[in-house]
Design a protein around this ligand. Structure first.
Ligand code: SF4
Length: 685
């Protein structure tokens, strides 16, 4: 702890929001209140710099007008403008107990459904006592991955199994860096400096993204492909490399299975054909081919943008295939950024899946609204009569927003909410349990944008009567009469249980290495040796033990043994893309003043001119499902036939946000949400 003024102290913290960077923070505290938030140097990857959304939004999130500080009971209708009255913690716990017991008595514990996601990504807040409680209760099992990153994870696993890739720091060594569908300025900010440093040493940068995002302005080549056409680009580049004799035959022979079938499929896509489908110049694709053939080592960082359409899994698989076919896996500076394998964490010890004794059925989080609306005879499992919405704002973040609103509004559905702020979703709750912010509890937080693990302790006391989620679920467990020792574990004990001391990253280290003073670099062990990863001490964990370009399991499951291209045909001219915002992290900060200034519709000047639309005017954005009004921003960064508005806006008195326009169909693999596969028309408002 460090003194700044006589009354202000500075304390360390960690940002656990759903963002790749997981920055280390310093917060100024005065009289128990957070005054200022800035970056700290405890994490060498984030080096004291943080994004504007946290610097300007976190104080209001913790102390502002939407902060939940007492348990609440709704008095009046559900939905926007709902009224609540304060109740005691004991009353709140009793009411949850009574409602859940009623659900169990009528339909069994499977009628209770968690609608939870990753507001904060710290392991204790997201994956410990809450999961233990739900497992012991026997509540419905829900697969949350279709909401985000499930398609990417399945695509990655299809090629490599569950072996991680390279740490982001390593791309400094690359001669070619490809940023594919990854708006790093908004969601992996600190990667920008590493890339810019590498460029100064002569590294080529290629950005594949429909929009000229900020990092694309500095790229040697920007391929502004139409959303959902990644698979065509990936196949065409592979085929051309093959025609030029530029594939790494020795590497393929030694490490790859299914290349012949893959390349036969790729041969169906010529450069010219890809140029027409993707909407880019043939010369640009040829340049991309040249970079792959001339530059070794090459690395790839791929975001979740490409997964969010009907061709999502296929697009990501063909992108991942390019470093494979060119032998760019294994050597330093070569590979796919993926730090999953580095974290020495034991999720099972924390979440205790063994406490669950119910059926093995799992429902997709995307299907919950339909199942709620199907009432007493749902198409899957028991009727849903109670929902726990925790650390998630489904109204702001799911596709088919109108459906979600209708489902949560079902009169006889009991909704208990657990959150830090009064979100659009909390306004559907019968009972609200106020949760502490991440500045108010201890946690341990891995990252998906670097390989550092960080531990945090409370910087301030809990605001009002809010409680850490671990404590909320400890108290719920006690109220439900769960007497097992695992419901008595303290947060410090949970942190000890979370670390797998046998993990290779912990070799030469003990728990003292997981401290609040410095981030732990898990890409090396305690002796400075590189933690084993793909083709660096670990072989792919696929059925063949090789990198697989043909996937037997996917062929059997959905005829996707090879990536497939499905064209998109619609009566609506525009593809609506809703990427990450520089003002919100998903929907976090959506209620903070000034954090919605980017909620506009961006359109290419030629498309705007053809419709006689002018900058700043209100336009109607609509399809067969819904209609929203947005101010128009004309921008040549946006490709023709696409329109952009960043995700995570709150309703703020409007009937819908753009999530109402997002369709319900699912990606080609893993049942992923298709946020970037919406078709809309735009007219003057
Ligand atoms: S949202 Fe991301 S960039 Fe911003 S402070 Fe948190 S981790 Fe860092």
């Amino acid at each position: 702890m460090q003194n700044t003024t006589s009354d202000t102290v500075q304390k360390p913290a960690v940002c656990p929001l759903d963002c790749g960077d997981t920055c280390s923070l310093n917060v100024d505290i005065n009289n128990g209140r957070v005054e200022k938030v800035r970056g700290s140097h405890a994490n060498p990857f984030t080096r004291g710099k943080i994004c504007a959304k946290v610097a300007t939004g976190l104080v209001e999130q913790v102390h502002g007008k939407h902060r939940l500080t007492h348990p609440l009971q709704r008095v009046g209708p559900k939905g926007q403008g709902a009224q609540f009255e304060k109740i005691s913690w004991q009353q709140a716990l009793d009411k949850v107990y009574t409602a859940f017991q009623k659900s169990i008595a009528e339909h069994g514990p499977q009628s209770i459904v968690p609608l939870c996601y990753g507001g904060p990504m710290g392991l204790l807040s997201s994956n410990s006592m809450n999961k233990r409680f739900l497992h012991k209760l026997g509540a419905r099992k829900v697969d949350t991955k279709p909401l985000c990153a499930g398609v990417s994870g399945a695509a990655y696993e299809s090629l490599f199994g569950d072996v991680g890739g390279i740490a982001h720091n390593e791309i400094r060594q690359s001669k070619l860096i490809v940023v594919w569908g990854n708006n790093i300025t908004a969601c992996n900010l600190h990667l920008t400096k590493i890339i810019r440093d590498a460029q100064k040493q002569g590294t080529k940068l290629v950005v594949v993204d429909p929009k000229r995002i900020r990092i694309a302005q500095h790229a040697d080549l920007h391929l502004a492909i139409m959303p959902g056409t990644d698979v065509v680009l990936g196949y065409a580049v592979a085929a051309e490399l093959n025609r030029l004799g530029a594939l790494d035959d020795d590497f393929i022979e030694q490490h790859v299975a299914g290349s012949e079938a893959y390349l036969a499929e790729a041969n169906k896509y010529s450069i010219q054909m890809a140029a027409e489908i993707c909407g880019v110049e043939p010369a640009a694709i040829r340049q991309f081919v040249s970079y792959w053939s001339e530059s070794k080592p090459a690395s790839l960082t791929i975001g979740v943008g490409p997964e969010r359409n009907r061709n999502g899994g296929s697009g990501i698989r063909t992108a991942l295939a390019l470093p494979v076919l060119t032998g760019n896996i294994g050597p330093e500076g070569a590979g796919v950024c993926n730090t999953d394998g580095f974290s020495p964490l034991d999720d099972e010890a924390l979440s205790r899946g063994d406490l669950y004794k119910g059926p093995n059925d799992v429902i997709s989080i995307l299907d919950i609204p339909d199942l709620i609306l199907e009432g007493s005879k749902p198409s899957q499992g028991a009727p849903i009569s109670s929902v726990l919405v925790s650390m998630h704002n489904p109204v702001a973040s799911h596709p088919r927003q109108a459906n979600m609103q209708k489902a949560l509004a079902r009169e006889d559905l009991f909704v208990v909410g657990c959150d830090i702020t009064m979100t659009d979703s909390m306004q559907y709750a019968d009972i609200i349990l106020p949760a502490a912010s991440h500045l108010e509890y201890s946690d341990i937080t891995p990252a998906y944008g670097h390989a550092f693990l960080q531990r945090s302790i409370p910087a301030i006391d809990s605001v009002g009567e809010a409680l850490p989620t671990t404590e909320i679920f400890r108290r719920l467990a006690e109220r439900f009469g769960f007497t097992e020792a695992e419901f008595k574990d303290t947060d410090e004990q949970l942190i000890e249980q979370a670390i797998d001391l046998k993990h290779p990253a912990m070799k030469g280290r003990d728990m003292s290495a997981v401290s609040t003073d410095a981030a732990l670099d898990c890409s090396v062990d305690g002796y400075g040796n590189i933690t084993p990863t793909l083709l660096r001490g670990q072989n792919p964990t696929t059925p063949s033990g090789k990198i697989e370009l043909f996937d037997e399991a996917l062929q059997h499951e959905c005829e996707q043994g090879l990536p497939q291209w499905q064209p998109m045909i619609s009566q609506h001219y525009f593809t609506l893309v809703s990427p990450s915002s520089e003002y919100r992290t998903n929907s976090t900060f959506g209620g903070v003043d000034g954090h919605d200034v980017d909620v506009v519709l961006e359109m290419n000047p030629q498309d705007a001119g053809a419709r006689q639309l002018i900058d700043g005017q209100t336009v109607r954005v609509f399809n067969q499902v819904a209609e929203v009004s947005l101010p128009l921003k004309i921008s040549d960064a946006v490709k023709r036939a696409t329109v952009y508005t960043p995700k995570g806006a709150w309703l703020k008195g409007n009937k819908y946000t753009i999530n109402a326009l997002i369709p319900g169909h699912k990606a080609d693999i893993a049942g992923g949400a298709c946020y970037n596969d919406a078709r809309v028309s735009v007219e003057a408002g």
